[in-house]
Design a protein around this ligand. Structure first.
Ligand code: MEV
Length: 426
């Protein structure tokens, strides 16, 4: 074993096998751990080694399928990558409750991304603004020259927005370049365009440009979905009342709104990962959007219809692509997209919004009735039993015993295991 240190020069130049050897020796991995490190699943060594830097292995998570979704009269099976028990089942359940009332209705999502260009050191802010607006067509032309193919397919830079912000370093103009990115998430294309127009922006504004980067607050790419969830399937009037109370709690209290929205993220992050999209971008955008009133607020809204059914709606920025990024490179993302059977990125965002709404309703239903732990614990207890070293053939037995005794803990699983083996040896 080598002496442990993190200052490993030239690590990136090593082959993946050499890196695996080095890290195994540095942290003293045993044979089983080395075997896991070398297990790349469906990735070839070259594929995985070229995705990011300093690669030593691949990390697997379950891919589950959420069922029962009908969105805009089309049936969908939704792939979800998530480690948390109950989430997939919960989404499927809520989708069934919406299905009884026609399913989800999601609006068309225009794939318009914003690229921000930060213009500083301005001598005459008003004159600079005027000049930028007057030269809009030229700016769009330079931007569009960067991606002729996007233009041919009907996308491209469409408009600009000029914003003035007051900062500790004085007034800055922030130019938003609005680009129709069609079926891509779009960060790469808008970043390229923003960099390309910046020299001209400096020339006509007289300012100095620093940042030129996509905004993940994709306010021109908002996904909206609505559905009616059956009162009886939810558990009756009392549960619906509980959900409405839970919603008002989230409206009034950012501590609760954060957890309310976390439940929504369970859906969208799982779909985002499954389809090879950037989950950090989606989460950052959703949380910023949730704060747009000045107070962090729930991303969903609820009321009842005249029959007492729950009517829910959601509004979230969802910049999801079906081309570009990892979507076509990641073997499982390709499979997930095939399962989804989509025609466009807009459709994926529509599906994402419906899933988010379903996820939220499922969580609120559980919270407003039996509580979240019951559903969680069945799977969780199996995981705990596994951690306690219970062999596969006894997992169910030990898990059930822990649930019955309401003691879902590693030490208790070990006790049960001990008891079982003692009784076997008698
Ligand atoms: C757990 O992953 C998500 C919930 O906490 C969401 C919520 O509280 O609404 C159950």
């Amino acid at each position: 074993m080598k002496e442990f240190h993190s200052d490993i020069s030239g690590f990136y130049k090593l082959s993946m096998e050499e890196r695996q050897k080095l890290i195994s020796s540095l942290v003293n991995l045993n044979q089983d751990e080395i075997k896991i490190l070398k297990e790349l699943g469906y990735f070839t060594p070259t594929q995985i080694d070229t995705l990011i830097e300093n690669v030593v292995g691949s990390y697997q998570l379950p891919l589950g399928l959420a069922l029962n979704f009908k969105i805009n009269d089309k049936d969908y099976i939704l792939p979800m990558v998530i480690e948390e028990p109950s989430v997939v089942a919960a989404a499927s359940n809520a989708a069934k409750m919406a299905r009884k009332h026609g399913g989800f209705h999601s609006d068309e999502v225009k794939p318009i991304m914003i690229s921000q260009i930060q213009i500083t050191q301005l001598k005459d802010v008003e004159a600079s603004k005027k000049s930028l607006l007057e030269n809009k067509e030229k700016l769009l032309k330079i931007a569009n020259e960067q991606d002729p193919m996007l233009n041919e397919l009907g996308g491209g830079a469409r408009d600009i927005e000029i914003r003035e912000i007051n900062t500790n370093k004085g007034i800055m103009i922030i130019l938003h370049l609005l680009v129709n990115v069609l079926d891509a998430m779009g960060a790469n294309v808008v970043n390229t365009m923003a960099e390309a127009i910046s020299p001209y922006i400096e020339e006509i504004s007289g300012g100095k440009v620093y940042l030129r980067i996509v905004s993940n607050l994709a306010t021109h790419r908002i996904a909206k979905s609505r559905a009616t969830f059956d009162k009886e399937m939810l558990g009756g009037e009392e549960v619906v009342e509980g959900i409405l109370n839970a919603y008002e709690f989230a409206v009034a209290d950012p501590y609760r709104a954060t957890t309310h929205n976390k439940g929504i993220m369970n859906g969208i992050v799982a779909l985002t990962l499954a389809t090879g999209n950037d989950s950090r971008a989606i989460e950052a955008g959703c949380h910023a959007y949730a704060s747009s009133s000045g107070q962090y607020s729930p991303l969903t809204k609820f009321k009842t219809d005249s029959d007492g059914n729950l009517v829910g709606e959601i509004e979230v920025p969802l910049a999801l692509g079906i081309i570009g990024g990892m979507t076509k490179i990641h073997p499982m993302a390709r499979v997930a997209l095939k399962i989804l059977n989509l025609k466009s990125a807009s459709e994926l965002s529509q599906v994402g919004a419906a899933l988010d709404l379903a996820q939220n309703v499922a969580a609120l239903r559980a919270l407003a009735s039996e509580g979240i732990q019951k559903g969680h614990m069945a799977l969780h207890s199996r995981n705990i039993a596994k951690v306690a070293g219970v062999p596969d053939e006894l997992l169910e037995k030990v898990a059930q015993e822990m649930i019955k005794e309401k003691k879902i803990r590693v030490d208790y699983a070990k006790q049960i295991l001990q008891r079982l083996s003692d009784s076997k040896n008698l």
